[in-house]
Design a protein around this ligand. Structure first.
Ligand code: NAP
Length: 353
């Protein structure tokens, strides 16, 4: 099968490197172009990028010239991991030029005609692309994935909401350092410390979650009425975001039924056998001291959300701890799964090629 040629915008960053690693042997995509800031442009990728992931930089990209993130690029679609403040103009210009844009950044997440997608949870939101097509001509499109903590929280809440109805959820996050990009937080700020502030993160979790769990009606997303509150903290962990979540249900629910709903959760990506879809989107651990970032972030090749500490709660109804890999399920892996879903549902027909 002919592979789709992809360009990566922000290819030298933490998420960009993860894209390159995850796409190395991908059956449907091959990296054809890399783009980054003027600091890197014109250099070979191997010289511009300080490789920060375990394992070697793939040989195929080492000698690629880093280009400016402006169209045209020799590729059929782009994955974007650009900083939010420049993503809007740049991603918009690629979509205008006819490229499908699969974005990690927050720039378009809340636009009315842009799907904010978790393939297991809200694949029907892809219907928004019919509306987007009226605005973005020539085969261009924009699909986004949620914030790295939102994905894990929304993925855990989705099956519970479907099965029992969730009235309210309160999440306290413990977020890894790689979530701030590279070089990210200064070492003297985080060693022996916890930072109780991550810019815009709490708002993102609260607003994105109700949009993701909302329904598509007449080409608009009707937000879920669920009340969501979030408090976010940066902690001294390399990879793997954690969230302590408390949930209030609309009806009486047993702990066994919650466990059963988590463990049996499967959705369209699993039915379609998408390459990056984990066999189990959610796993539940029974040990009293799990999940832990070091041991659980790589579950399902980094695409599974691990749940533990599931108990009754004295204030809301139940509580649990969720954990997932922030640069895989929370970023590059999420975007690649979105692109696989676009192919499987025939939505990438307008790809540049
Ligand atoms: P990062 O490590 O700081 O990387 C940023 C990338 O963007 C680098 O390739 C950088 O190129 C490029 N860049 C910066 N300024 C630019 C400019 N003015 N013009 C063109 N390119 C520019 O950040 P990251 O953690 O990978 O995050 C990238 C995006 O993904 C952000 O929007 C972030 O919010 C989102 N995201 C991150 C995570 C995560 O866990 N890290 C999770 C979900 C979403 P140079 O190397 O040349 O400077």
């Amino acid at each position: 099968m002919k592979k789709h040629r992809v360009g990566i915008l922000g290819a030298t960053g933490i998420v960009g490197q993860r894209f390159i690693q995850l796409l190395e042997d991908h059956p449907q995509f091959e990296v054809a172009a890399v783009a980054a800031s003027d600091r890197s442009q014109g250099k070979n990728y191997g010289d511009a990028c300080t490789w920060r992931l375990t394992g070697e930089m793939p040989e195929a990209v080492r000698r690629m010239k880093v280009q400016p993130p402006t169209p045209p690029l020799e590729c059929d679609l782009v994955f974007s991991s650009l900083p939010g403040d420049i993503a809007r103009e740049t991603e918009g210009s690629f979509a205008e030029a006819g490229y499908p844009v699969i974005s990690n950044s927050s720039a378009f997440r809340m636009d009315e005609d842009v799907p904010l997608l978790i393939p297991e949870v809200n694949h029907e939101h892809l219907g928004l692309l019919d509306r987007q097509r009226q605005r973005v001509p020539k085969g261009g499109l924009i699909v986004t994935n949620p914030n790295c903590s939102t994905i894990m929280i929304a993925l855990a809440l989705a099956p519970l909401d479907l099965a029992f109805g969730v009235d309210a959820a309160a999440a306290t996050t413990l977020q890894a350092l790689s979530g701030a990009g590279y070089p990210g937080v200064a070492s003297l700020d985080i060693l022996d410390n916890v930072l109780p502030y991550i810019s815009s993160e709490e708002e993102k979790i609260e607003t994105e979650t109700v949009r993701i769990l909302g329904r598509l009606k007449e080409n608009k997303i009707e937000h879920s009425p669920m009340r969501v509150s979030a408090q976010c903290h940066r902690v001294n962990v390399a990879d793997g975001h954690m969230a302590a979540v408390r949930v209030k249900f609309k009806k009486e629910v047993s702990v066994e039924s919650i466990r059963e709903v988590f463990e049996s959760y499967r959705s369209l990506p699993q039915e379609l056998g998408l390459h990056s879809a984990p066999q189990h989107p959610i796993v539940v651990r029974n040990e009293v001291d799990r999940p832990q970032p070091k041991f659980d972030r790589d579950a399902g090749n980094g695409m599974t959300v691990t749940i533990g500490r599931l108990f009754r709660d004295n204030v809301l109804d139940y509580r649990f701890v969720a954990l997932s890999h922030n640069t895989i399920r929370g970023a590059a892996g999420a975007a690649i799964l979105n692109a696989e879903l676009l192919i499987a549902t025939g939505r990438l027909t307008g790809a540049k090629s």
